[in-house]
Ligand binder design. Structure first.
Ligand SMILES: [Zn+2]
Length: 467
């Protein structure tokens, strides 16, 4: 039996236990071609217009003999689903990426934003790290599994969804509510994680297991209108300004969960002694040390401070129209990123208490809201496989992460799917230089794109092949 397996492997024929190895060197130019082609579709959302990218994916998958289904709530905004059948012994694995991108200001770009220009080891373009990297990796994984005829114990489902950047009703929301059987799976892999490099060296790998939920609260201050020459203590602008200042200075209480506790603990293990002290203090039981560490993070590491609480950022303020008129109304909008288990009504009450002014009303207003969910488990076969793959490919310490921003995974987690956010290696220095996701410009290291494809393929193989 063993001898037969060896012979099969030598012949390059896959056996259930030892699938043939992909020819990674030859896959690189092909990967790059798909990636550049995808970046070159201008799928800025709004308006989205993902159809050409979706048609492209459909064509590439079908040419490889993989059947494809397309689901669209609105014309021009389709979602693409493809499936490789497994034996059915285990429930499916979903691998996904969104085809839309955030808008661009072309003047800010060295190379045109949809040119996918290669220079100095990078590929430049909107979507380079959000999220055409994940779409490409999932695509190449599907093609490779198909070509090598890899036996699978579970279906592997590919989803390229539209509308992630603010119009989920045409994308993941629509798929979950109207076409659930097409994407129902035990696990999903999507954006939201990455591998962080410092000075060109891998520091740690983040796996997103939870995310904060975006909400919006509007403050409205009202008072009598009047002549600007007669100042009033009831001036709506003055009341609104005071309310905004109070909310901005407020420190909502700290909250921890399985993901953030593990995150800070593991981060402490790879940090300098001073940093480690703070990370352990902030999750520790000594209220004085916790408060001091929190204060430091609020000042110097705002992303970490946000992970530790439901956060509030006053981002829009409107009031007044003439210099000589006291306006009767002024409004501010707060970007509220809630911990998934936060009690909405209680939080609103807290905000009202902080403002403590009967002239200022606070209320939730409409936003592209995603469901709040429990954390993906750190104890599943899926998480352990992600962790093992990160260690194998990157030799990275693995940090489970709650992202402060939102992804489409919250809809899937809301249905009970165990979702893990992954992503390519990114230089920590690149974001502040203006090359990160949603930045003025966006780029990816070519070598890291290829490495991410290998990582994702090996990970999918590990989760889906017979054992
Ligand atoms: Zn994204």
């Amino acid at each position: 039996m063993r001898a037969a397996l060896v012979i099969l492997c030598l012949l390059g024929v896959s056996s259930p236990l030892q699938p043939a190895q992909p020819d990674w060197k030859n896959l690189e130019p092909e990967t790059l071609r798909y990636f550049q082609d995808l970046v070159r579709f201008d799928t800025s959302d709004p308006p989205g217009h993902e159809a050409p990218a979706a048609e492209y994916l459909k064509r590439v998958l079908e040419q490889a003999g993989i059947s494809v289904e397309v689901f669209a709530l609105e014309p021009g905004r389709p979602n693409v689903v493809a499936r490789l059948k497994g034996s059915g012994r285990k429930r499916p694995l979903l691998i996904m990426g969104h085809t839309d991108v955030v808008n661009v200001d072309p003047k800010k770009w060295t190379y045109p934003p949809f040119s996918a220009t290669r220079n100095g080891g990078y590929v430049y373009g909107r979507g380079a790290v959000d999220d055409k990297d994940n779409v490409t990796a999932a695509l190449v994984t599907m093609l490779t599994l198909k070509r090598l005829n890899v036996p699978l114990d579970r279906d592997v489902i590919f989803l390229a969804e539209s509308g992630e950047e603010g119009t989920t009703r045409v994308g993941i929301k629509y798929m979950v509510e109207e076409h659930w059987p097409a994407i129902d799976a035990e696990y999903c892999l999507a954006e939201g994680g990455n591998v962080t490099r410092v000075d060109g060296k891998v520091k740690f790998g983040s796996v997103q297991t939870l995310e904060k939920i975006p909400h919006a609260i509007e403050l409205t201050a009202r008072g009598p209108a009047g002549h600007g020459s007669v100042p009033l203590r009831s001036n709506a602008v003055a009341h609104l300004a005071a309310a905004v200042a109070k909310v901005a200075a407020w420190k909502p209480p700290l909250r921890l969960n399985e993901t953030t506790r593990a995150y800070f603990k593991r981060l402490a293990a790879i940090s300098t002694p001073a940093e480690a002290r703070r990370y352990l203090d902030v999750i520790g039981a000594d209220p004085k040390r916790t408060a001091a560490a929190d204060e430091y993070l609020l000042e110097h590491e705002p992303r970490h401070a946000s992970m530790l609480r439901t956060s509030v950022s006053p981002n829009i303020i409107q009031g007044g129209y003439r210099v000589n008129v006291i306006p009767s109304e002024a409004k501010a909008t707060l970007d509220v990123r809630m911990h998934p288990d936060e009690d909405h009504d209680r939080f609103l009450q807290e905000i009202r208490k902080v403002i403590d002014d009967p002239a200022v009303e606070a209320a939730f207003v409409a936003r592209d809201i995603r469901p709040g969910t429990a954390s993906a488990s750190l104890e599943t076969v899926g998480f352990k496989a992600v962790e093992a793959a990160l260690i194998r490919e990157y030799e990275a310490t693995v940090l489970p992460t709650m992202s402060t921003g939102a992804t489409d995974m919250s809809y899937l987690r809301g249905k009970g799917m165990q979702c893990y956010g992954i992503g390519p290696a990114i230089d920590v220095e690149d974001g502040p230089k203006g090359f990160g996701a949603h930045s003025d410009q966006e780029r990816i290291l070519e070598a890291e794109l290829h490495r991410f494809v290998r990582f994702q393929y090996e990970l999918v193989l590990d989760v889906a092949r017979p054992k």
